[in-house]
Design a protein around this ligand. Structure first.
Ligand SMILES: Cc1ncc(COP(=O)(O)O)c(C=O)c1O
Length: 465
């Protein structure tokens, strides 16, 4: 697929910083005022969970909004506030909440037994469907994206007999030791583009392991080539998101992925596409199909299993052989769990069919267009980016090409304020500066209009227009 050259971004107009700071304070107060029960839950939860949340990604200021239930594109918090969900469980719920087809499949499985740690037919059907979608012949199952990328690293090291892993700076691939490196490093810690440092993401990872992972910049095949040449014969794998999705969305530039494919093949390096975010959301065959470049390994999780916790790893026959012959141990009591497989099967073979992907694409195009119109009308210093079911407004006056741009060009205050406006206008959005929205098949035009209404209110107040 060819990627159109991006339109230019409007030159940055002056933003009244005092106004922005006052709006942030005001919107934070409003959020706290209409979520008092979440505040109580937070206090209670903090007594038994660090930060009052099951995963640190769920924390928020002044407290996380605790959710009670969801149906279709709607969710309700514990204070009874209704929101249209654009967060969608960090990009999982493309099928919509409480989807009746998924629910029926899961309920049926509950009545037939939910766990045997022996293979069931469900895993065969799901693996067959993943072969069809991604064109890789062999699959194994996991319980999360973290496990999928961890297994990918093991397979690559086991197959090549090499220890070093390359990743892209500013990318997140889960929280195992080999990839908690150069995730969100500060600018001053980055080092030279051709020789970036290995920066641990927090404590708890042995230095010796961190140093086995090196990061290269995204969208720079020349830098990759120089690093591969310097490390000739030592690199087991390059793990990368084909389109970066944890620093807003940064798509690959024309020809980049094809060149990465050529270079990794030429240097005997296993190419892993981490499609945990893109896999079931940007096309039926993820970014692999969308961009037409085939990796050696694909890692999946999130939207693949329709809201149940599961993941998968796809690979070439050659790589699968190192699992089949016992060289690499790929294990897990819950791998291919029947309940998860029932949800994945219904998701992939009944709900997210080609028509569903067309609908998601069209809805996303409409939302992106609507945001573009608002940006233009109010001369906001930002632009939109989207792929499949996913999109975002990037609060930067120049298009991001890689993580170094993200660090130097994104306006954190405007990103934070936009999130607050969404939450206070009934739009449930991913917290943080780096995320994007994910649409589900349950999103209607009315839901998209609600999003645009919130964004328009934000634009008007920020620009004083
Ligand atoms: C690209 C990518 N890979 C891997 C992961 C880890 O997935 P999980 O949270 O299921 O462990 C994430 C999570 O956000 C991700 O965005």
């Amino acid at each position: 697929m060819t990627i159109e050259p991006p339109p230019a971004v409007a030159a940055a107009p002056e933003i009244d910083r005092r106004r922005v700071a006052a709006l942030i304070d005001d919107q934070k107060r409003r959020l706290a005022e209409h979520t008092p029960r979440s505040g109580e839950y937070y206090e209670r939860a903090s007594r038994v969970m660090p930060k009052g949340v099951p995963s640190s990604f769920q924390e928020n200021d002044p407290w996380p909004v605790y959710v009670e239930r969801g149906v279709g594109a709607q969710v309700w918090d514990v204070d009874g506030n209704e929101y249209i969900d654009f967060h969608n469980g960090f990009g999982v719920m493309c099928v919509g909440h409480a989807n009746p087809t998924i629910a029926a499949a899961v309920k049926k499985r509950v009545d037939e037994g939910t766990h045997f740690a022996a293979p069931t037919e469900g895993s065969i059907v799901v693996a067959e469907e993943l072969v069809r979608r991604f064109g890789l012949p062999q699959w194994r199952f996991t319980n999360s994206g973290t496990e999928s990328t961890m297994d990918a690293v093991h397979v690559a090291r086991g197959a090549t007999g090499r220890d070093l892993i390359l990743k892209i700076e500013g990318s997140y691939h889960g929280h195992h030791d080999s990839v908690m490196v150069s995730v969100y490093p500060p600018l001053e810690a980055l080092g030279d583009r051709d020789d970036p440092r290995s920066v641990p993401y927090g404590a708890g990872y042995p230095r010796a392991l961190t140093e086995l992972t090196r990061a290269v910049p995204f969208n720079d095949a020349d830098a990759l080539e120089r690093v591969l040449t310097k490390l000739e014969g030592q690199v087991a794998a390059l793990i990368m998101e084909p389109a970066m999705m944890n620093i807003n969305i940064v798509p690959p530039v024309e020809g980049y992925l094809a060149r990465v494919r050529e270079l990794t093949a030429a240097h005997g390096v296993v190419l892993v596409f981490d499609e945990v975010k893109t896999g079931a959301t940007v096309s039926a065959g993820g970014a692999t199909r969308r961009f037409g470049v085939k990796p050696d390994v694909v890692t999946l999780a999130k939207a693949t299993c329709g809201g149940l916790p599961g993941g998968a790893i796809g690979m070439t026959a050659e790589l699968a052989a190192v699992i089949a012959d016992g060289t690499v141990h790929q294990y897990g009591t819950f791998n291919g769990n029947p309940l998860v497989m029932a949800a994945a099967r219904a998701t992939l073979t009944e709900v997210l069919d080609d028509a569903a992907y067309d609908r998601l694409e069209q809805a996303n195009a409409k939302l992106l267009r609507g945001c573009d119109e608002i940006i233009e009308r109010h001369a906001l210093p930002c632009y939109t980016e989207g792929l499949g079911a996913k999109g975002c407004v990037v609060f930067a006056s120049e298009r991001l090409r890689e993580y170094r741009d993200y660090l130097t060009k994104v306006d954190d205050d405007l990103s934070t304020l936009a999130w607050l406006y969404h939450m206070n206008h009934g739009i449930f959005m991913t917290p943080g500066v780096e995320e994007e929205w994910t649409l589900s098949i349950a999103h209607t035009d009315e839901h998209l209009d609600r999003y645009l209404g919130a964004f328009e209110a934000f634009a008007r107040d920020v620009m004083g227009t």
